[in-house]
Design a protein around this ligand. Structure first.
Ligand SMILES: Cc1cc2nc3c(=O)[nH]c(=O)nc-3n(C[C@H](O)[C@H](O)[C@H](O)COP(=O)(O)OP(=O)(O)OC[C@H]3O[C@@H](n4cnc5c(N)ncnc54)[C@H](O)[C@@H]3O)c2cc1C
Length: 417
């Protein structure tokens, strides 16, 4: 039978115990504090201290240096933990395992200078500040980064940034201190070498948050998606991350693990939704039958279980490949899980809403929010279609390898033989 490494199972059990005893019982309190308009509810702050004291910290970062705080889990080990964290939208923050800070920390680990690490990576690892990744632009079809229009122009010892971004998650959160901004430094270079990444402190003159965007009419103070303007924002050239023109390649390095983590968390949330479907369908009766006695309900639950277990195996394999062959070699599997998980996530949330009837579309169950998160997940981190394009391209290249399934001509008959 397939088993995760024993360290993953031990850690998952430890995290699950803390989650069940300390995080989940405070869910209502967290929501009450969050709906009062605070960006970081007091209970979240308190639980962070407790989780850190237990060492349950920075579990999503496999590359931690010896002097950096955290667990040093492999991606495969983290799959088991992330499922537990994914059960509640806010739980990952308690353990400093949340987006977008985790992928931003990975980027800093890979490409930041020693000074940049001291200034930004260390406080992020300590959970003292937040960060944002600002790539998408309202006026450019941003699923193709070659379209980006924000300009980063070198003037002496400074870069001057002009442009408009939106959906830079977390950028307007009160803890956010730094943005990783993607912009064009070399407009005439080949497409993949036009962009660079610069670190922009949120208190830079000329940087302005215009508005926080709702997601399906839902506004959140804890998880913001702002529209932002950069008007003659100046940063020292030492704020360049990596090298000029390498922004596209660095962005790709960030996105592999980010997609993996989103998928892992979604699987955890889907487990909650399946349990809620079973519970509700046992409790209600219509036309003389319990709802779980109808074949339509059984199909909804059974399909959800099949699809979820299939997806989990795909995600575990992608995590294993990320650990063993790396981000680039695992890109087909990463694209596969991004499409597979976002679709089953949406389907499972939709079935849960249906089984809960009118209650399903309210905020009284997690299903409505899960549905909107799943729907958005089919767009962010690359729309489905772009991943399907990647998968098809890589599949075709693999098929060109001689002898994939033997000589195809022997499978084909023209009727003459
Ligand atoms: C909740 C949420 C959080 C986000 N967080 C961030 C963030 O933190 N930082 C950030 O920079 N961005 C973020 N985004 C933005 C997200 O990454 C972009 O929306 C995404 O890359 C798509 O870009 P676009 O919206 O410009 O769509 P476009 O590029 O205009 O694409 C629109 C549609 O065109 C179609 N399409 C595009 N390419 C193809 C193709 N090759 N084949 C077939 N059809 C195609 C698809 O249907 C696609 O959905 C977030 C978005 C959401 C909803």
């Amino acid at each position: 039978m397939f088993e995760l490494p024993s360290r993953a199972l031990q850690l998952r059990d430890q995290v699950a115990q803390f989650f069940n005893e300390r995080v989940l019982p405070n869910n209502a309190l967290w929501h009450a504090q969050a709906s009062a308009g605070v960006a970081e509810p007091e209970i979240e702050r308190q639980l962070k201290i407790e989780a850190r004291a237990l060492g349950l910290w920075n579990m999503a970062l496999p590359r931690l240096a010896d002097d950096e705080p955290g667990m040093r889990c492999t991606n495969l080990e983290f799959t088991a933990v992330a499922e537990v964290l994914g059960r509640l939208e806010w739980a990952s923050r308690v353990f400093n395992c949340h987006a977008p800070d985790v992928p931003n920390m990975e980027l800093l680990q890979l490409f930041a200078t020693a000074e940049q690490k001291t200034q930004w990576l260390t406080p992020l690892l300590e959970g003292q500040i937040g960060s944002s990744f600002a790539m998408t632009e309202p006026w450019a079809a941003s699923s193709d980064p070659a379209n980006l229009e924000t300009r980063i122009v070198r003037e002496g010892d400074e870069y001057v940034i002009n442009g408009r971004k939106w959906f830079g998650s977390n950028a307007s959160h009160e803890n956010c201190r730094v943005l990783i901004v993607v912009g064009v430094t070399s407009p005439d270079a080949p497409k993949s070498q036009r962009q660079s990444l610069v670190l922009v402190p949120t208190n830079s003159p000329g940087f302005e948050v215009i508005r926080n965007l709702p997601v399906f009419s839902h506004h959140s103070n804890t998880n913001t998606h702002p529209e932002m303007v950069f008007k003659d924002v100046r940063v020292p050239v030492s704020n360049l991350l990596g090298s000029e023109g390498a922004g596209f390649a660095m962005g790709q390095a960030r996105l592999g693990p980010a997609r993996l983590h989103h998928c892992m968390r979604a699987i955890g949330e889907c487990e909650v939704l399946i349990s809620l479907m079973v519970k509700r369908s046992r409790e209600r009766t219509t036309f003389g039958k319990r709802i779980d006695e109808y074949s339509s309900t059984q199909e909804a639950i059974s399909l959800s279980r099949i699809e979820l277990d299939q997806s989990r195996l795909l995600v575990q394999r992608a995590a294993y490949l990320l650990d063993t062959v790396g981000n680039k070699a695992a890109r087909k599997q990463i694209s596969m899980i991004k499409v597979a998980v976002s679709r089953i996530y949406q389907a499972i949330a939709d079935r849960t809403i249906q089984i809960y009837g009118a209650r399903g579309v309210t905020g009284d169950t997690p299903a409505a929010q899960a549905f909107s998160r799943a729907r958005a997940f089919r767009i962010y981190d690359g729309p489905d279609e772009v991943h399907l394009q990647t998968i098809a391209r890589l599949e075709a290249a693999e098929q060109d390898v001689d002898g994939h399934v033997g000589n195809l001509n022997h499978y084909l008959f023209n009727g003459a033989e």
